[in-house]
Design a protein. Sequence first.
Length: 459
Amino acid sequence: MTLRERVIRAGTWTLASYAAEITTRFLSSLIMTRLLVPEAFGTVAAATALIVGLQLVSDFGVRAVIIRSPRGEDEHFLRSTWTFQAIRGGLLWIVLIAICALLLFPSVRQLLPQESVYADQQFSIITVVLGFGIVLSGIESASISLSIRRLNFRPIFILDLSSKLAPIPVMIAWAYFSSSVWAIVAGTLLAGVLRVILSHSIIPGPRMRLSYERDHVNEIVSFGKWINVSSFATFIGTQSDFIILGILLPGSMLGLYYVAKTLKDAIENLLERLNGMMALPVLGEVARNAPANVSDRYYRFRFPIEITSAASGGFLFAAADLIIHFLYDSRYHDASQMLRVLSISLVLYPFLLIRGAFAAIGEAYVIAWISVLQAVSLVVCMMMGYWLTGPIGAIFGGVASKIIPSIAILVLGYRKRWVVAYKELRWLPALILGLAAGKIATYLIGAYTLSDLRQLLSF
């Protein structure tokens, strides 16, 4: 099977997996927002940001190591990577417990604004329980990465879909009877348990068991040291918004931000999944076999991503009020302004995709320093935005911060003759069409009241 055929097959499974996942997540989210108050989502968002942060600051890029290593098919190597991840997961949970215990001290809580999510005693308990997912993710089979290396996404589709579907009835039932944030926690942990079981039972590959070989660990650390720097910066660049806003804003407003970002992320995560699962295998094979074709293959690979990103960003910007007011009750309507600002980040997303080419040729340090630049830009721009115009300014600052690292990575790509200036503007027609579609949809649907639409859809 040719690389093109494998890419098409892998992309099809990835799209099918994400379509099923986003549909179930969207429907469950609509139900849960009617059963829980915004504060519940704000608390979970802040806890998740802390947990993901711990995972990223200690990330050695084991998946990337398995995909690109000549020993990536070796079962002994796979078992060494699994052991490495399992030990890391256990240690991270212990660190998380220590951090949450520290937050319980009155002297520490007094340093935080009274309305801050982190000042709530329940936050630490929720975070520790939710954080057990770190242990669960650490013991997932390394064969998942092996399947990605082979562009075999069918078993991963089954794994992802099953682990997303099964917890939904538990969350809804729990929220219906108790209207508690613990409904989300229980559903998340159940999903983690199912992923562990299914990863060891349905994903093809060697059976995992504890194993240690020094040269295997040395390879992980050697490549992963730059991934670690990159992941630390990625944490700042992707999760510090929730951490910063969690300190500055009350839980209810953070919950509104979570709802707006979830809608934006529904699109961006699809694009990121396609990029993350296929960019390194595709560009890596081209870089090994035909390095002169990296630029051409990169733009062919990027084209559908940038068109989707620009069109979606334009539509969300123009139709933000319509989307929020139709989908959610009045408690969540203030999220529309946040969604409009966040939609701009979709337009900026494709500029950073060239990072995959640097990873493919083994220059992980470039990704690391670009991620550091992105992280610093995010923190500075968010704080400046908050100082100038308050919460919405902080959100806009987070979006605008992507411009600086985008320019830097494009300059580096241009020096390697990968970046072509006129091809960087191919998304403009798609953006205009997206804006027009959003305006038309708002105009046409605006002829009806939301109650009329809901009544129509109920039949």
